[in-house]
Design a protein around this ligand. Structure first.
Ligand code: ZN
Length: 325
């Protein structure tokens, strides 16, 4: 048994625990069940000892989050997220790689609690395609009172019986950041927490004053698409999976319905009844979303332009530079 002091637990929990007044535990089938009671040191201790495995709800009881997770289930997950880690580092955002059952997680620990909406607008542009991003919601709601959860690191996965370490890329391979559990816990007091930006882009309306230009990280490698500079916005839209990309920004049900992320034209600035629909366009049409209240829709390009408050020119430059959404 490892000697785990309260001091070590504090550093670990400050990084990896969201909600404190509730959590979820993993059963042997791999699924998580809500505990319905506060997360105590004792529960975290048992998680670290492999006795019980728990998941933490990212958004806390005040509606804020202290970390974000990129979650890749692909076998190439570590390599894919290593690339995202380098892009984040280029934008001054430290992040940490963790092995997972099927792939990898990349975690960003925040210096200060942030609203989930801000965290998503800030970090989603770094999310590679096919990778899930947490927090999944912009805010908690009546229909989603707890939001999504992620496994607390360093526990034992109930399906595999394995524990997955944080790793770094060193001399051509991924190596654990520490050799023992106690050292891995001590490592948490050395991690760098990312400063949260004061704001992130929001929808620019015709009446609004220009917002601060968004600092999107550009992939250092220029796009080497065979279409080269002749690629058009229409071509690009046709090459994307619009519903998959939009579902990263909007919680969609099976019919593609969700709450509109462009709040301004909804009562109180928030769409509480799902008014937004994402769908697959019928070629050659590229429109793929529509808000019934706004009575407007558009292409995936339009969606991203509104979402990030970017000019068409800036968004297109970002796409040509290999930006991810
Ligand atoms: Zn709307």
């Amino acid at each position: 048994m490892v000697v785990v002091t309260k001091h070590l637990l504090d550093a670990f929990m400050a990084c990896c625990v969201g909600r404190r007044d509730d959590y979820a535990y993993q059963r042997s089938d791999g699924r998580y069940y809500r505990a319905g009671c506060p997360l105590t040191y004792d529960v975290v201790y048992r998680h670290l000892q492999g006795v019980q495995t728990i998941g933490s709800y990212l958004i806390d009881e005040y509606g804020l989050c202290r970390f974000a997770v990129f979650d890749s289930d692909a076998s190439s997950g570590l390599v894919d997220l290593l690339q995202a880690q380098m892009q984040l580092a280029g934008a001054g955002v430290p992040s940490y790689l963790e092995q997972s059952r099927r792939g990898a997680h990349l975690r960003v620990f925040f210096r200060d609690p942030a609203s989930p909406a801000l965290a998503r607008r800030w970090l989603l542009p770094f999310c590679p395609s096919g990778v899930e991003f947490y927090p999944k919601q912009d805010a908690l709601s009546e229909s989603m009172p707890l939001g999504s959860l992620v496994r607390l690191p360093l526990g034992v996965h109930r399906l595999t019986g394995e524990c997955y370490p944080f790793v770094t890329w060193s001399q051509g391979q991924f190596v654990p950041v520490a050799a023992s559990l106690a050292d891995m816990l001590a490592w948490f007091s050395t991690v760098q927490r990312a400063p949260v930006p004061a704001s992130a882009p929001s929808l620019v309306t015709d009446q609004a004053a220009p917002t601060t230009p968004r600092a999107i990280s550009f992939n250092p490698v220029a796009r080497t698409d065979s279409a080269g500079s002749s690629l058009t916005i229409r071509d690009w839209c046709n090459q994307q999976d619009p519903v998959a990309i939009i579902s990263r920004y909007v919680q969609l049900d099976q019919r593609g319905l969700g709450c509109c992320p462009f709040g301004a034209h909804h009562d109180d600035g928030v769409d509480t009844h799902p008014s937004f629909r994402a769908y697959y366009p019928t070629y050659p049409d590229i429109c793929c979303w529509y808000c019934h209240v706004w009575r407007q829709g558009g292409s995936l390009f339009d969606f991203l332009r509104y979402y990030y408050g970017l000019s068409a020119r800036d968004l297109w430059s970002h796409i040509l530079a290999g930006g991810h959404f």
